[in-house]
Design a protein. Structure first.
Length: 455
């Protein structure tokens, strides 16, 4: 029997109903990729040619590192203490040490630069990478062979130069954090020809000393006990050539064969040597190594000190004293509040009394009488002033009227002729009719006349 043909709309195979299917967001996927890159690759050396270099206003340097087949984005942050950053110029072939990561905002992988070298100086770097690959294949770097450090070391071996800065930093930190720690120093050279052999021999000597207790070794002892808890191998920072003694196989073998756990603290935080990879613990700096070694004792001492302080705080006498002091504070506060309350009540009473005195009828009427007297006096003064002003104005108006009135005209010798019947002023001779009776006003009296025309 033939199988039925599947419909083109059957998405069962593309989208199975399995509830276990996991769907990632872009951010989650990018974070996974970043974690894988940083874990699987991490810090590496890479060579190539610089191109598209640009410096941001923040001081960060962005550029592309390329070769004949590929390219990658790189960034050198301004806060990184990287020497020879001037080598990052377009067209320059360089060796870069850095951390491979992902810039999640753009979803692109990039190299965060930690060190810069000219590619022509890479002979030692090539030798370093070859030895690193060889020893890694032998399992010398395997995490499972790394031994934990004792939590409370009492005696350690120290392999370093007796005149370098590293020993001063280490001793300063050890003295501050664990003064009782005993140190057995094997002085040796830490750079130059023959330094690697001396370092390896010093590690072997400490192992032999710890096991057999030989006093013939070139070791500076501080007591008769011969058991060492760990060995610290250290030196200060420098160039690749300066640190090369710690990149030789003879030193790596001595570390690998050591029966005593070894802490490697060579150079600065950005420096990595073969010794760091083989050692049981790698510290970023000599001071950091001293802090790692003394962490257990230092933390325990702080715990004891905190417990002691805590017990002192919990002592019944101290608690009683604190309660007594609290009682004094409460009593003082109570007295202060009582006194303040009395003062506030007194001020309130005084304010109310003052307001009551102000609203008493007798006092109120007295004040109103005084206001009334003042108002009456002002009203009388204003009325007098108003009458005076009116009289003055009236006199002035009267004077102007007199100047403009007809009496003043008549006083100057003029006369006014009017129609005796109507009182209409005769202004032109033609206005007078024959036989019309006229009345003429002069300064003193009136003259009556009759018009006669001789036309």
């Amino acid at each position: 029997m033939s199988q039925p043909t599947k419909s083109q709309w059957d998405f069962g195979e593309l989208f199975p109903p399995d509830a276990r299917r996991r769907v990632l967001s872009v951010s989650e996927l990018t974070q996974h990729i970043r974690a894988l890159l940083e874990k699987q690759i991490g810090q590496i050396w890479v060579s190539g040619e610089v191109t598209n270099r640009r410096t941001h206003s923040s001081g960060h340097i962005y550029f592309t590192l390329k070769d004949a087949g590929a390219q990658m984005n790189c960034v050198l942050f301004s806060r990184e203490k990287v020497l020879q950053r001037e080598l990052l110029a377009d067209g320059q072939k360089v060796l870069l040490q850095g951390d491979v990561t992902v810039y999640e905002a753009r979803g692109q992988y990039q190299l965060i630069v930690r060190a810069v070298e000219l590619q022509g100086v890479g002979a030692l770097q090539i030798a370093f990478e070859k030895l690193k690959q060889k020893l890694a294949a032998l399992g010398w770097f395997a995490p499972e062979r790394k031994r934990p450090l004792p939590k409370y070391p009492q005696r350690i071996g120290l392999v370093t130069s007796p005149t370098g800065a590293a020993i001063r930093d280490v001793l300063h930190v050890l003295q501050r954090r664990n003064p009782s720690l005993e140190i057995i120093l094997v002085p040796c050279r830490v750079q130059g020809d023959g330094a690697a052999a001396e370092i390896a021999e010093a590690i072997k000597s400490l192992n032999s000393y710890s096991v057999a207790g030989s006093h013939r070794l070139p070791i500076q002892r501080f007591n008769d006990s011969t058991i060492l808890d760990l060995i610290l191998l250290t030196r200060g920072g420098g160039s690749l050539e300066d640190l090369w003694a710690f990149n030789e196989e003879v030193v790596a073998r001595a570390i690998f064969e050591s029966a005593i756990p070894i802490v490697s603290a060579v150079g600065h935080e950005i420096d990595f040597t073969i010794a760091d990879f083989v050692a049981d613990v790698r510290a970023a700096t000599p001071s950091a190594a001293a802090e790692i070694i003394t962490e257990g004792v230092f933390a325990s001492r702080q715990l004891v000190e905190s417990l002691t302080q805590r017990m002192a705080r919990m002592h019944p006498r101290r608690q009683l004293n604190e309660h007594l002091q609290r009682l004094d504070d409460l009593q003082t506060g109570l007295l202060r509040q009582t006194k303040q309350g009395v003062n506030e009540r007194f001020v309130t009473w005084r304010n109310l009394a003052s307001r009551l005195r102000q609203v008493r009828p007798k006092q109120f009427l007295k004040q109103r009488r005084e206001v009334l007297k003042v108002s009456q006096r002002r009203l009388h003064e204003l009325a007098q002033a108003k009458v005076k002003n009116c009289k003055t104005s009236l006199a002035a108006t009267e004077s102007r009227l007199r100047l403009l009135g007809p009496e003043q005209v008549l006083a100057r010798g003029y006369s006014i002729t009017l129609d005796a019947a109507t009182g209409k002023i005769i202004r032109r001779a033609t206005d007078a009719k024959s036989g019309q009776n006229l009345r003429t006003r002069v300064r003193e009296g009136e003259i009556f006349s009759k018009v006669e025309r001789n036309d």
